[in-house]
Design a protein around this ligand. Structure first.
Ligand code: KIV
Ligand code: ZN
Length: 513
C-alpha cells in the first residue's frame, strides 16, 4: 500500500463523499457491489477527493467492495470506516492493502451521554483509546482521519483534549461530526473556529446530519470557520433525515465564492447525472423542489419570474441548469440516429457500459422512439440507467410475462426469467395481474421477502409518459429497493420487483462468499 495524506491549497475544500457508507446506511438504500462500483466511478469522474467506500469490519462484502472501489478509481482517495477497535482497524487496513490512495477513518464517541450510556468509559479511558487506535491505524497507512462522534454535544474542553490526543497520535484530518443533527449554524461555526485557532495545522472536517434540516447550513458555517473538508452524500441520503447533500455544498461554495472564498475540485456538470443515477440505484427519489437537483429547481412558474427570465436570466436565476449538468433541450437523437450517436451521449455523460448492455440499450432506445413522440435527454438518461441496472443485476433477469384473467379478481401470470444463467418459466395465480406476476417472481426465485411499499408515478407528461415503479421488500430486518421505468406500467412494476429480489440474492451471495 503506498500512501500519503492529501495536500491542498488553503482555500481548497476537500469533498469527502460518504454515499457508499453513511448514505447506504439509510434503510432500503442497500447497494450491490456492482452498483457501488458504478456510483464510485461517477464520483471519481466528478472529482470527489475522498470516497468512503464502506465499513470493512461490518461484512466480508463491504471489505471486498472497499478493495474493488480502491482499485477501480483513478484519482480519489478511498477510505474505510473503522470503530476504535483494533480488529476494525485491521479489517480496514487489510481492505485497503492494494489501494493506491488509502485512508483509514476511525471514530469514537466523545459526548458525556455516549460515554456514560453507550461506552461506559471515563473521559481518561477514551483519551487512551484514541491514542492507541490512531497509532495503530498509522501502522497501516499515513492518511488517518479521526472523528469525535457526537462532537456537537461534547464540551469544548474535553473535545480539545480528544482532538489533541488524535493529532499527537498521527491523525492528519480531524472530523467534528454533528452526529444527531443538533447543532445550529452560528454555534457550529464558533466551535470549528475555536478548534481551528487551537490546531492551525490540522485539516478540520465537517460531517453534519439533517435532523433539523440544517446539515448544509452547518457544513457551510464550518467551512466559513476554516474547516477544509466537507463530508456529504449525493442527494443528501443517509441515516435518519440524511447527511449534508454534496450538490448543495458544492454549488453554494461555487455560486457564493465571493462570500466563502473557497474552491472545490468538483466538475459541477456531473452533478445531475450522478444524482439521477444514485436516485435510481437506491430508489430514493429526489423531491421535486429539492435544491439543485429537483425537477422544479430551475422551473419558473410565476408570470413575473418568467417575464424577468425572458429579459435576462440573471433576474431570477443564480446559477444555470447547464452548470449542474441539466440539459433542457429536446434530444437531437431520434429514430434515425445510429449507434455512434448513442455512444457519443454515453461518453458525454462518462457512463461505461459493456458491449452487450450497450446493444440492448440501443434496441430499447429505438423502441422508445417508436412509442414516444418526444424523446428527451431525460428519457435517454433514464433508459441508459435502467440498462445499467439490468446489466448489474447478475442473478436474475425478467425476459417476459403474460397475464390472463380467469374470473372476477382472479388472474394467472406466466413469467420467463433467467436465474443464475438458467431460463425458467413459472406460473402463479393472484388477485390481480400484478399480484400474480409478483407471486410468480417469488415462486421462481424462492424468495420469501415481504412487500413493504409499492409506488408508481408518471415521470413526464402526456399519455406516452414513462411510469416509474419503486418496490421495497423486507427480509431479515433489511430493506431492499427495486426501481424501474417503462412506458408500460405493469412492465415497470415487474422489473422493479425483480430488481429488489436481485438485491436480496446479491446480498445473500456476498454473505456466503
Ligand atoms: O455521524 C457520525 O458521527 C458518523 C461518524 C461515524 C463519522 O457517521
Ligand atoms: Zn454520519
Amino acid at each position: 500500500m503506498t500512501s500519503s495524506t492529501i495536500s491542498a491549497p488553503s482555500n481548497r475544500v476537500i469533498i469527502f463523499d460518504t454515499t457508499l457508507r453513511d448514505g447506504e446506511q439509510s434503510p432500503g438504500a442497500t447497494m450491490s457491489m456492482k452498483e457501488k462500483l458504478a456510483v464510485a466511478s461517477l464520483l471519481d469522474a466528478m472529482g470527489v477527493d475522498v470516497i468512503e467506500a464502506g465499513f470493512a469490519a461490518s461484512s466480508k462484502g463491504d471489505a471486498e467492495c472497499i478493495t474493488a472501489v480502491g482499485q477501480a478509481v483513478k484519482q480519489a482517495t478511498v477510505c474505510s470506516l473503522a470503530r476504535a477497535i483494533k480488529t476494525d482497524i485491521e479489517a480496514a487496513g487489510r481492505a485497503l492493502e492494494k489501494v493506491a490512495r488509502p485512508r483509514i477513518h476511525t471514530f469514537v464517541s466523545t459526548s458525556p451521554i455516549h460515554l456514560e450510556h453507550q461506552m461506559r468509559k471515563t473521559e481518561e479511558q477514551v483519551l487512551e483509546i484514541i491514542d492507541e487506535t490512531v497509532r495503530y491505524a498509522r501502522t497501516f497507512c499515513d492518511d488517518v482521519e479521526w472523528s469525535a462522534m457526537d462532537a456537537t454535544r461534547t464540551g469544548i474542553a474535553y473535545l480539545s483534549k480528544a482532538v489533541a490526543a488524535a493529532v499527537n497520535a498521527g491523525a492528519s484530518t480531524i472530523n467534528i461530526p454533528d452526529t444527531v443533527g443538533y447543532a445550529i449554524p452560528e454555534e457550529y461555526q464558533a466551535l470549528i473556529a475555536q478548534l481551528v485557532a487551537q490546531f492551525p495545522s490540522v485539516c478540520f472536517s465537517v460531517h453534519c446530519h439533517d435532523d433539523l434540516g440544517l446539515a448544509a447550513a452547518n457544513s457551510l458555517a464550518g467551512v466559513k470557520a476554516g474547516a477544509r473538508q466537507v463530508e456529504c452524500t449525493i442527494n443528501g441520503i443517509g441515516e435518519r433525515a440524511g447527511n449534508a447533500p454534496l450538490e448543495e455544498i458544492v454549488m453554494a461554495l461555487k455560486t457564493r465564492a465571493d462570500f466563502f472564498g473557497c474552491t472545490t475540485g468538483i466538475d459541477t456538470k456531473r452533478i445531475y447525472p450522478t444524482s439521477r443515477f444514485v436516485a435510481s440505484t437506491t430508489g430514493f427519489f429526489v423531491q421535486k423542489n429539492k435544491a439543485i437537483v429537483g425537477s422544479n429547481a430551475f422551473a419558473h412558474e410565476s408570470g413575473i419570474h418568467q417575464d424577468g427570465i425572458l429579459k435576462n436570466r440573471e433576474t431570477y436565476e443564480i446559477m444555470t441548469p447547464a452548470s449542474v449538468g441539466i440539459t433542457q433541450s429536446q434530444i437531437v437523437l431520434g429514430k434515425h440516429s445510429g449507434r455512434a450517436a448513442l455512444k457519443n451521449k454515453l461518453d458525454e455523460w462518462k457512463i461505461e457500459m459493456d458491449e452487450e448492455a450497450f446493444l440492448r440499450c440501443f434496441e430499447a432506445f429505438k423502441a422508445l422512439c417508436d412509442r414516444k413522440k418526444n424523446v428527451t435527454e431525460e428519457d435517454l438518461l433514464t433508459l441508459i440507467h435502467d440498462h445499467q441496472h439490468v446489466a448489474m443485476q447478475s442473478y436474475i433477469k425478467l425476459d417476459g410475462f403474460n397475464t390472463t384473467q380467469k374470473g372476477a379478481g382472479s388472474y394467472t401470470a406466466t413469467i420467463q426469467m433467467q436465474i443464475d444463467g438458467t431460463s425458467k418459466e413459472t406460473s402463479c395465480d393472484g388477485d390481480g395481474p400484478l399480484d400474480a406476476i409478483f407471486q410468480a417472481i417469488m415462486a421462481a426465485t424462492n424468495c420469501h421477502a415481504t412487500l413493504t411499499s409499492f409506488e408508481v408515478h408518471s415521470v413526464s407528461q402526456g399519455t406516452d409518459a414513462q411510469a416509474e415503479a419503486v418496490i421495497v421488500l423486507k427480509e431479515n430486518d433489511r430493506f431492499y429497493t427495486g426501481h424501474a421505468r417503462d412506458t408500460d406500467t405493469i412492465m415497470a412494476s415487474a422489473r422493479a420487483y425483480v430488481g429488489a429480489v436481485g438485491k436480496i440474492m446479491a446480498q445473500a451471495a456476498q454473505k456466503e462468499a
